[in-house]
Design a protein around this ligand. Structure first.
Ligand SMILES: [Zn+2]
Length: 54
């Protein structure tokens, strides 16, 4: 299981996505583009998730 919260990225935002790695990456990318106008690469998000699980 993976998890990304917007607060990890320094946003004043309560968005949290949790689930399979691929799902979390997909959903968080959509959220950050739509809500914050920032596009993260799947590679960057994968690194974040792997670091958390390490
Ligand atoms: Zn957000």
């Amino acid at each position: 299981m993976a998890k990304i919260t917007c607060r990890d990225y320094g946003f004043e935002c309560d968005y949290v996505v949790e689930g399979e790695v691929e799902y979390v990456i997909d959903e968080y990318r959509k959220h950050s583009i739509e809500e914050h106008g920032i596009e993260y690469s799947p590679e960057a998000l994968t690194q974040v998730i792997l670091r958390q699980q390490g």
